[in-house]
Design a protein around this ligand. Sequence first.
Ligand SMILES: Cc1ncc(COP(=O)(O)O)c(C=O)c1O
Length: 313
Amino acid sequence: MAVQVLNTADQELVKKIESIEAYVGNTPLYQVKNVFNKPGVDIFAKLEWQQIGHSVKARPAFNIIKQAVKAGLLNREIHLLDASSGNTGVAYGAIGYALGIPVTLCLPENASTPKKDALKQSGVNIIYTSRFEGTDGAQQKAKELAENFPHRYFYADQYSNPNNWKAHYYGTAEEIWEQTEGKITHLVTGLGTTGSFTGTARRLKELNPNIEVVSLQPDTAMHGLEGWKHLETAIVPKFYDPFLADRNLLVSTEEAYKLIKLVNEKEGLLLSPSSAANLAGAIKVAKELQGGTIVTVFPDHGSNYPEVLKQLL
Ligand SMILES: Cc1ncc(COP(=O)(O)O)c(C=O)c1O
């Protein structure tokens, strides 16, 4: 008879994880009033930079680590390994540092300087991959390492790990539902790993099937919307469900960059490219409506992208 060896969870680590939970999620809902104003149509955005690691990725990174530690798959002797364009890595780094879990990250070499600095500060072991292959190249490298060194690494694989989208199913969606007092009529947000759209849309549809869920993508394969994927030409994340979105809209890098400048002048917020692209999508939907409550997400802050801001502001 085959004997299954079960790893036991490090209970001290489990307790430490619970103490970090307060710094994940529960982000404010900001009403966009100045760059778009139409009576009866409200646009709100979750300010996702207000949590550990300063991005939306705190949610999946934390949930992936928590579930892996609880299952006995990850501890202070095993490296957490993944690929990221930066934000998930920064979140892993911050959480890993607090818990004493080593982190190895495959990162495209053109990731922004502040993200590289944050990774170095939290002691992340960075393996750079080609800028021309984007996160797809980083993913391939991480997969290779995981296959070659299965005892050294726990491969978190944010692109396939269901604990990514579940973080949004149980977190982001419930927060939006409560913060809008159930009044949300549209969810509009972009696709990267697709975790935030998948989890949030799936739960909101259960809470009210009449909510329209709109996914956004860059209009070309070569784009400047860091964090987003052009799914036609990229490796499609395993848990992506093409039937979940009621529709899909395209956003150009130029539209997003224009909005960064406008939002900075009129709202006093410094948006990242993907935050501005999400807002561009929300405004497209808002223009079609006579009434409604549209919710989007601002995944991270503009200060992460000095190279972009230098050209714009
Ligand atoms: C800046 C930024 N925007 C948007 C996204 C997309 O979010 P998701 O991976 O949940 O689809 C990411 C994901 O890495 C990101 O880092």
